[in-house]
Design a protein around this ligand. Structure first.
Ligand SMILES: Cc1cc2nc3c(=O)[nH]c(=O)nc-3n(C[C@H](O)[C@H](O)[C@H](O)COP(=O)(O)OP(=O)(O)OC[C@H]3O[C@@H](n4cnc5c(N)ncnc54)[C@H](O)[C@@H]3O)c2cc1C
Length: 434
């Protein structure tokens, strides 16, 4: 990989997501060489992927070059590489561009879509975990309308204009709200020769409420907001298959649709060599101790979505969200300093700052540890927090201007089919860029 050997310890970080970047920043002042490997040369702000899929934002406003984030840090090296295997006995990482030796290794590989083994959904459904996937979805949605214009069959038109979203967590809810707003404000103007009142947005949830991880009051309000926007919510329904035309469920209920969007779960993005059965906890995450050390290894750590740290409050690991990833990354940075100075490491403790979701224009729900609120104020809080956590001044400005423009004009201008979507059938999109 052409990385110079130095006398300082080499820390290899796999993944430039929230956890990997927070850790690398903390290591910047330490006497170490940091090598970051990622299959993308950019950091993705995943919470706003749905806005790319629905044409509210261009993809480059939610992505940021990893090299630029860390360019002024000494001893930092980035390599664009897909990690294929870790060989702990030899302390090397094997990638598609060669191997690299590590003194310490940090897994910060995040998660990938969990289809729970359902091959038909994996092959025919759409996921939204990466920017390429979000662009695929944006293209497919727009291509469906173009195709609907060309057919006289009402059944075919209905299937093309029926969007089925499976999983009513924050991603599913936010996407359903955004599609409902497009139906309300944009479609009839773009497609005056289509009866876009027949567009349907179906949100399917296996349990008895949407936003299950949030408070009951947030769930109730979110359902109300969605229903007012015309979203059909189906609770206690388990989707069992999708052949590209029909969605089947555990009851007689079926849906004819050209678009199934799968937002029903994620699982740890494990790496070969560190995926032995006894290392893996629920959700395909890697078991770590209170210092984020992978079980059984002194020199290998895991942070963020991939790490399962079992605590009394979180027996199956912390929530797979940005805050635990950021906090674990920072904390491990502090622990590395202690470790390298022969001081005992400090256990990680998670500070829960709350959670939120937006349902559309002027509508959001926010659960803070001691205060819950919904509506317009929650929506402003949601926007402020997302702008704050976006990386890069330019991105913040672009997103802010886009949101202000969309708000005033009731518009979403990125309705572009830049790269037409073609279903590759066997798309393991989070390991090969689709
Ligand atoms: C659509 C969506 C919406 C979300 N909304 C929210 C939200 O509103 N609030 C919230 O708190 N959280 C949200 N999340 C979850 C949040 O984004 C994740 O919890 C967070 O990104 C985890 O950070 P991480 O650093 O562990 O992993 P990631 O941010 O996923 O980063 C992992 C990195 O590792 C790289 N990588 C993985 N495997 C390899 C490999 N083998 N070789 C090379 N590189 C590799 C990836 O390319 C990626 O850059 C959302 C997630 C999604 C998908």
């Amino acid at each position: 990989m052409n990385i110079p050997k130095t006398s300082t310890p080499r820390i290899v970080i796999i993944g430039g997501g929230f956890a990997g970047i927070s850790l690398a920043k903390k290591l910047s002042k330490q006497e170490v060489q940091v090598v970051m490997l990622d299959r993308h040369n950019y950091h993705t702000f995943q919470p706003l992927l749905y806005q790319v899929s629905t044409g509210a934002l261009e993809p480059d406003s939610i992505a940021y070059p990893i090299r630029k984030i860390l360019s002024h840090y000494p001893n930092f090296y980035f390599r664009l590489a897909n990690v294929e295997e870790v060989v702990p006995e030899k302390k090397i990482v094997r990638t598609d561009i060669g191997e690299i030796f590590y003194d310490y290794l940090v897994l910060a590989t995040g998660s990938r879509t969990n289809y729970y083994g359902n091959q038909s959904i994996k092959e025919n459904g759409m996921a939204m975990k990466t920017i390429p996937q979000s662009l695929n979805l944006r293209s497919l949605i727009l291509e469906n309308f173009e195709q609907a214009l060309l057919t006289d069959s009402l059944d075919e038109q209905d299937a093309l204009m029926n969007f089925v979203i499976v999983g009513a967590g924050p991603t599913g809810v936010e996407l359903a709200g955004a599609l409902a707003e497009i139906k309300k404000g944009i479609l009839h103007k773009d497609y005056p020769d289509l009866d876009t009142r027949r567009v349907q947005i179906n949100l399917i949830q296996a349990s008895d409420r949407v936003l299950q991880e949030m408070s009951p009051v947030a769930s109730k309000k979110a359902e109300q907001f969605l229903e007012n926007l015309g979203v059909h919510i189906w609770k206690d329904v388990l989707v069992t298959g999708y052949d590209g035309e029909t969605v089947t469920t555990n009851s007689d209920l079926t849906f004819q649709t050209a678009t199934l969007i799968w937002s029903a779960g994620v699982m740890g993005a494990t790496v070969n060599g560190l995926n032995a059965e006894d290392l893996i906890a629920r959700g395909n995450r890697v078991k770590v101790n209170e210092f984020n050390q992978v079980e059984g290894f002194k020199d290998i750590f895991a942070v963020g979505d991939i790490a399962a740290m079992s605590t009394e409050k979180y027996p199956y690991g912390h929530p797979m969200m940005a805050q635990p990833a950021i906090q674990q990354g920072k904390h491990l940075g502090i622990n590395f300093e202690r470790l390298l100075n022969n001081k005992p490491m400090k256990p990680f403790s998670y500070y829960d700052k709350g959670s939120m979701a937006t349902i559309g224009r002027n509508k959001a729900v926010v659960d803070l540890p001691n205060f819950k609120f919904q509506g317009v104020f929650a929506w402003f809080v949601w926007m402020f927090i997302h702008l704050f956590f976006l990386i890069g001044f330019r991105n913040r400005m672009v997103v802010f201007i886009n949101w202000a423009y969309n708000y005033i004009r009731f518009d979403r201008e990125a309705r572009l089919i830049i790269r037409p979507y073609k279903n590759p059938k066997t798309k393991d999109e989070e390991t090969q860029v689709a």
